[in-house]
Write a new protein. Structure first.
Length: 345
């Protein structure tokens, strides 16, 4: 794979709401837009028990290098908590906005991500996925997702972009910290509503987390524990989100696509069994998720063949591949995007 594929020509310039309405009617008739509160209750109970078990193990192990194992387990658990926060942000769990927000704020505070800041950013991404001017997920200082973006890089960012395919996974080690810092920056810039509440949700859990690490562990072990936990959480989060859009067509400012085409053409599904669903928090069904962000996670697998068949009948390209091949496509695309900088050198 070289550059990201172009958006196919011959697509409608005007919204074709009838196609999307027909698809929606099919999914609604199958009950796939109905809430699954029981599923989420079980998920949250299991996550709570797992978090409690990790806390008990942390106390019992004490000042031991075995805490590295605890940090790995905590990274996995933290990412699963983040998936629940993601679903709450899309109103997948409850009909009530308020109840979803309570769940989202709670899970955001446990994972160190400002729920309010993240929801605003993520909604912009969903409204304009892979749009060169409007998608915040492809506006990253140290990375370029097109040759045009790479040509605008300078200094250290240009050097990183030049080698971004090789540096991509190492850079993901910082992702959890970057998310945490971004929320803090938004708070300091007064970009968030209810700043006192947001400060409490971000600062108090962080203070408790650091206090537990440095009071129970020696300074060296505490630093290693925090580094392993935050680093692996960042890699896990990045590996869950990266296959979804990277390497897919990028929409330029003058292109206008209806909702159905915009979401399907810029998204990629990752195939696999239910273990992939659990590992990636359902985000492997990215096409269905982008078409219907409020669709509960467990319904995405059942909706997938319906959406794929619908797209096939209308000649809409539908992208899916295995987990391993999705990462290969992402890395090839990143390598190609950095080509202008390597050629200049």
């Amino acid at each position: 794979m070289s550059a990201a594929p172009d958006v196919p020509t011959g697509l409608p310039d005007r919204p074709r709401g009838s196609d999307f309405s027909r698809l929606t009617a099919e999914l609604k008739a199958a009950g796939l837009l109905n809430r699954r509160r029981g599923y989420y209750l079980v998920r949250m109970v299991v996550n709570g028990l797992l978090l409690g078990a990790i806390a008990v193990a942390f106390v019992l192990l004490g000042d031991s290098w075995w805490q590295v194992v605890t940090a790995v387990a905590l990274a996995l658990a933290s990412t699963q908590l983040a998936f629940i926060g993601h679903d709450a942000g899309h109103r997948q769990i409850f009909r009530s906005h308020r109840t979803n927000d309570v769940v989202g704020h709670l899970h955001g505070s446990l994972t160190g991500v400002s729920y309010q800041w993240w929801v605003a950013k993520h909604n912009r991404h969903h409204a304009n996925p892979n749009h060169a001017d409007h998608d915040p997920d492809i506006e990253i200082h140290a990375l370029a997702f097109s040759r045009a973006q790479a040509a605008r890089k300078h200094g250290v960012n240009a050097w990183i972009t030049k080698h971004q395919a090789f540096l991509f996974f190492p850079l993901l080690l910082t992702e959890a910290c970057v998310l945490r810092i971004s929320g803090m920056v938004a708070l300091c810039r007064r970009e968030l509503r209810n700043p006192w509440r947001e400060a409490a949700l971000q600062v108090l859990p962080l203070a408790a987390y650091l206090a537990a690490a440095f009071l129970l562990l020696s300074p060296g072990k505490a630093v290693v524990f925090v580094a392993v936990h935050q680093g692996l959480m960042g890699v896990y989060l990045g590996c869950s989100f990266a296959p979804n859009h990277k390497g897919m067509p990028i929409i330029s400012g003058e292109q206008r696509l209806d909702h159905l085409h915009k979401q399907v053409l810029t998204s990629r599904n990752v195939t696999g069994g239910r273990w992939v669903d659990a590992l990636l928090g359902g985000l492997n069904h990215q096409i269905e998720h982008h078409l219907y962000p409020h669709m509960p996670r467990p319904n995405l697998r059942r909706a997938q063949p319906v959406v794929e068949d619908f797209c096939a009948r209308r000649g809409i390209p539908y992208s899916k591949t295995t987990l391993r091949h999705s990462y290969a496509e992402v890395l090839r695309h990143l390598h190609d995007a950095g080509a202008p900088l390597r050629d200049a050198a």
